[in-house]
Design a protein. Structure first.
Length: 312
């Protein structure tokens, strides 16, 4: 065994770039071979690949439907290599790749041909990160994102996706690396279902909280009416439900605000002897706690809820 190989396999921390050809198993044998050869040419043309290889700081591991490039330089090396490969793919639109990057411990091994090779958590995690993406995605682990975040040029390119469940129930925190010139800004399919489930749970919790708030408001209004009755006789118990403001960035869910108001109005209308002001007759008012300069609207709201005429 050469001294150079011994030196390579003794290193324990590596920065791994894992590449997979999307839809590889569906290709014919000839197309599979052609795709691998094309990927090899694109990867070898990368400046980062050439630099690391010239410095003997790179290991190349074929994976059947892709490759793993193990850099012994810096966390920037695999990220920059991925960017360069993504740029080159614009001239090869039929070649669909997904990429995962992770920095972690690896174990040096020597294969049957007396060549240096590696295995270990660093390789496995890079593949798990890649598995969370779709065609065109460059995904990096949270650890790599933190390392890249130390460099100002990378910060605006890092977009946190949260955690993704991978093989054996393991969850990994993933960050999407992209801008308008490379990568894929689309949310990976694995995260779409998670996001929809979280949105449903969030709106369910919000609805329950607002319904509870409506019940409290109804109680406060009736309590206030009893106190005011000694001075001003209100003709009947009344309550108005103000429109809710949609503050979420998800514009497609704006209809939830109207739906919640309608649900509260429907439930309050079932209370006997309680007059519920219709939504079309309820104007928008300012909250005195947030807008102390508009107390007249608050007074108007209170009188409307009590069934009294608005102040002149």
């Amino acid at each position: 065994m050469s001294a150079e190989i011994k030196k390579q396999i003794q290193l324990e921390i590596a920065h791994v770039l894992f590449i997979d050809i999307v839809g590889y198993s569906k290709l014919s044998s000839n197309d599979q071979h052609a795709s691998i050869e094309e990927l090899n040419r694109i990867a070898r043309a990368s400046e980062q690949f050439q630099r690391a290889e010239a410095a003997s700081r790179l290991l190349k591991i074929p994976t059947g439907d892709g490759m793993a490039l193990v850099f012994y330089t810096s966390p920037e090396a695999p990220a920059q290599c991925a960017v360069e490969i993504s740029h080159a793919l614009k001239e090869h639109p039929h070649l669909q790749l997904r990429i995962g990057i992770h920095s972690g411990p690896v174990s040096g091994v020597v294969d049957v041909d007396e060549r240096a090779n590696v295995a270990g958590a660093g390789i496995n995690m890079a593949q798990r990160v890649m598995d969370c993406g779709d065609a065109g995605h460059i995904l990096v682990s949270k650890r790599v994102a933190e390392d890249l975040g130390e460099y100002e040029r990378w910060r605006p390119l890092l977009h946190d996706l949260g955690s993704c469940e991978v093989k054996h129930g393991v969850r990994v925190s993933v960050v999407n690396l992209y801008d308008d010139r490379f990568g894929n800004a689309t949310l990976p399919r694995r995260f779409e279902s998670v996001q929809k489930r979280r949105t449903r749970m969030r709106w369910a919790a919000t609805t329950a909280a607002l319904l509870a708030l409506a019940a409290i408001v109804a109680g406060i209004v009736m309590f206030s009416r009893n106190r005011v009755r000694s001075v001003l006789a209100a003709p009947e118990k009344s309550i108005a439900v103000l429109p809710f403001e949609h503050l979420s960035e998800e514009k497609a869910n704006a209809y939830f605000a109207d739906g919640i108001q309608n649900e509260i109005l429907t439930r309050l209308s079932k209370i006997a002897d309680l007059k519920v002001i219709s939504r079309t007759s309820t104007p928008r008012y300012f909250i005195s706690g947030l807008y102390p300069e508009r107390p007249v609207e608050v007074e108007t709201l209170e009188r409307l809820c009590l069934g009294l005429p608005a102040p002149s």
